[in-house]
Ligand binder design. Structure first.
Ligand code: ATP
Ligand code: MG
Length: 323
């Protein structure tokens, strides 16, 4: 990791962290404030400003220094190298933490792809398995599997795309088709495309000593009718990454694989007794700094590039560039 802990502490002390954006940004278009991103839609385009907010278990927990810059640049990296495999919404990156994208009509289904029997939230495949379920989103699971074990094959386990404040819910393909959410033919095509994209991601991650464990793809229809990836791709917010090195030893010892990124924040929350219900505990600065270090490490490992933080105060910088 090339950014020192002192720099991360300084970013917190000097408040170089982007939480909310002032109303002056509303000139950029119709605003939708997501948990993590501020979206501005105008004339067929969506400008997305990736804040430094962190969410887990569908709650916003606080901010992590440089998280927006890291995630936006990691998503841009993946969009650029996978564009021929699956077209996406990216137009340009006007700032380290902003993206210009084609406005699409979002699909009401999120395509989760999983390679491992893991997870910590109540909707995760591991929690379901641990409760005794042997069918998950229509996929049969064998008895006798253990936590974090690799699945016999990668699987797509779709969820509904919940409205703000609601939780996404697991669905099988049969349910989605029966509910008229999507046709069988379209689902089958998208499932194959998502599996190919994920396998490609896993191969590249493996070359970097990482395991791409699972991910969530959001899809949308472009004005020309084409179905493209929207939102983000293979970022630590939408995906889980583990270090490949040490995975076998951890499994043999019955321990958790060493995780990069957001799993660290989730694990910390669970250690504080929080699993999504009630008021989340405030993140101490040392947890925010450690999380930032891991996000940066994920970016540098995955891309082979050095992360160069933009140390300009974010609201002023974005105002100068975008307004
Ligand atoms: N190109 C696009 N066209 C239309 N919608 C998009 C596009 N890219 C991203 N989105 C949507 O913009 C939002 C991004 O903001 P963010 O991820 O912070 O929201 P969120 O809190 O996850 O919200 P949601 O619960 O709606 O997913 C998501 O709802 C995502 O589906
Ligand atoms: Mg989102």
């Amino acid at each position: 990791m090339t950014v020192s802990r002192e720099t991360l502490a300084r970013a917190i002390a000097e408040d170089l962290v982007l939480d909310e954006l002032p109303a002056s940004f509303d000139v950029l278009g119709q605003r939708y404030s997501g948990k993590v991103r501020e979206n501005f839609t105008r004339a067929g385009e969506r400008l997305i400003i990736v804040s430094d907010r962190v969410s887990a278990f569908d709650c916003v927990l606080g901010t992590i220094p440089f998280k927006g810059q890291v995630l936006n640049q990691l998503a841009a990296y993946w969009f650029e190298i996978t564009g021929d495999l699956f077209p996406n919404h990216l137009i340009s990156i006007p700032d380290a933490q902003a993206v210009r994208a084609v406005e699409c009509e979002p699909f009401m289904v999120e395509m989760v792809v999983r390679g491992y029997l893991t997870g910590s939230s109540s909707t995760s495949i591991w929690r379901a398995y641990d409760r005794g379920d042997r069918t998950f989103c229509g996929h049969q699971l064998a008895d006798g599997m253990v936590r974090h074990q690799r699945l016999p094959a990668n699987i797509v386990t779709p969820t509904t795309k919940a409205a703000k404040g609601e939780h996404d819910e697991n669905r099988s393909k049969a349910q989605l088709v029966a509910d008229g959410v999507i046709s069988m033919e379209l689902f089958d095509r998208l499932e194959q495309q998502c599996l190919s994209l994920f396998a490609h991601g896993q191969r590249l991650a493996a070359e970097r000593g990482l395991i791409l464990v699972d991910t969530k793809y959001e899809l949308g229809r472009r004005p020309d009718g084409e179905i493209v990836l929207i939102d983000e791709i293979h970022t630590p917010d939408s995906s889980r990454y583990w270090y490949a090195d040490g995975y076998d030893d951890a499994m043999a010892a019955g321990q958790d694989p060493r995780a990069l990124d957001k799993e660290y924040v989730r694990t910390w929350l669970v250690s504080q007794g929080f699993t999504g219900d009630g008021q989340p505990p405030a993140l101490p600065d040392e947890v925010r700094i450690e999380a930032a270090a891991r996000y940066i490490e994920t970016y540098e490992r995955m891309t082979g590039r050095t992360f160069e933080p933009d140390m300009a105060p974010p609201v002023e910088r974005l105002t100068a560039k975008l307004l």
